[in-house]
Ligand binder design. Structure first.
Ligand code: ZN
Length: 64
């Protein structure tokens, strides 16, 4: 086993974008949905019952 454990806590410089990523194992999952209108990279804000894109105001209601 030559698994390197490099879990340094690096403070991302100015990019809060990483907060929406969740690293589980060696996979990176996106926590938030991406806007289908704006495309990849534009994430939607989560609300209790809907997701809203801050860029184009696209709103997608979530089913319970
Ligand atoms: Zn959008």
């Amino acid at each position: 086993m030559t698994k390197k454990k490099t879990r340094e806590k690096k403070k991302s410089q100015g990019s809060k974008r990483w907060e929406i990523y969740e690293i589980s194992g060696d996979r990176i999952r996106k926590k938030n949905k991406t806007c289908p209108k704006c495309g990849d990279g534009i994430f939607m804000a989560r609300h209790h019952d809907r997701d809203t894109c801050g860029k184009c105001s696209y709103t997608e209601f979530r089913k319970k």
